[in-house]
Design a protein around this ligand. Structure first.
Ligand SMILES: Nc1ncnc2c1ncn2[C@@H]1O[C@H](COP(=O)(O)OP(=O)(O)OP(=O)(O)O)[C@@H](O)[C@H]1O
Ligand SMILES: [Mg+2]
Length: 288
């Protein structure tokens, strides 16, 4: 081992033992996530596994009922979207929430418009929007004054992602960004996702698509029935193993992994598998 774990920066985001109930529904029963700067962390799991709920807890739409959230190594409480935004967390939701009747520039600055006195500073917004799109090597958009209604699905996704990176974000979470896209557009969006990470952001990618996950993710976090089954390095795993984790919550774990005790009706969170790779550890302690 040449790596000095003590010198490694803390993850941008770490969730330990996160829980969330909706009345009698235990949506999250112990979730752990590590998202590092410069990496794409995929969040996968079957329908109803808890992916969207987890993201909404990180984004401040819900608050975790129990568990810890660390941002850049500091313990933090996120209980409103403003808390998440202040930390530099941006979420691109699947429905995108773009305004069709506005152009790209206005969509990127929606709700956070730049002003010059009482008037909108159109030229500053246009310059900044163009800079961000250029920095992301976005070349498929003809004019940034084009109405969003006239854009393709992939271009809309691009605008939503560019909007997320405009605000000094440190962590960008993308919920199924390629779900509605064709092959070529999917490729463009995946390249953009990769560039976000290469630019130093931590990226969390929610996806059902194993091709997407294995193409861009550095690390894969699997949720199973509201619990984290494992977080594994992409290079150390296989599609077969990830699919097994998604469908049964366990798999022939890589060496150094502690197998979880997973029972759908177990009231308490089992120890999450701990991956030996120092750059992707999940916390194995059981929270109350
Ligand atoms: N607001 C809510 N009230 C009650 N139950 C909820 C609520 N939101 C989610 N749930 C439940 O929590 C569980 C996790 O749902 P969630 O939407 O997080 O799953 P998911 O992994 O995002 O699934 P999908 O892949 O289908 O999007 C499900 O059993 C769901 O029915
Ligand atoms: Mg969901």
């Amino acid at each position: 081992m040449t790596q000095a774990p003590d010198l490694a920066p803390p993850p941008t985001l770490e969730v330990r033992g996160g829980r969330k109930n909706f009345g009698a529904v235990h949506a999250l029963r112990g979730v752990d996530l590590v998202a590092r700067a410069g990496e794409v962390t995929a969040l996968v799991g079957d329908n109803g596994a808890g992916k969207s709920t987890m993201i909404k807890c990180v984004a401040g739409i819900y608050a975790f009922d129990a568990g810890e959230v660390l941002f850049e190594g500091e313990q933090t409480h996120i209980s409103a979207p403003a808390d998440a935004n202040a930390l530099g967390i941006e979420v691109v939701y699947q429905d995108l929430a773009l305004c069709d009747n506005l152009d790209i520039v206005h969509n990127m600055f929606l709700g956070r418009e730049l002003k010059n006195g009482f008037r909108l500073d159109e030229s500053a917004m246009e310059t900044r929007a163009a800079e961000v799109l250029a920095s992301l090597s976005v070349r498929t958009v003809r004019s940034i004054r084009q109405h969003v209604a006239s854009l393709s699905g992939g271009q809309r996704q691009t605008v939503a992602i560019a909007r997320a990176v405009l605000w000094n974000s440190k962590l960008v979470i993308l919920d199924e960004p390629t779900a509605a896209l064709g092959v070529a557009q999917t490729e463009q969006v995946l390249q953009l996702v990769r560039r976000l990470a290469d630019a130093g952001l931590a990226v969390v990618l929610v996806s059902h698509n194993m091709n997407d996950v294995f193409e861009v993710a550095d690390s894969i976090n699997v949720l199973y029935l509201g619990q984290t089954a494992a977080q594994v390095r992409t290079k150390d795993t296989s599609r077969m193993e990830v699919i097994e984790l998604i469908t049964s919550g366990s798999a022939g774990m890589p060496p150094g992994t502690v197998a979880p005790r997973m029972s759908p009706d177990a009231p308490d969170r089992a120890a999450t598998p701990v991956i030996s790779d120092a750059s992707t550890t999940t916390n194995g302690s059981t929270s109350a």
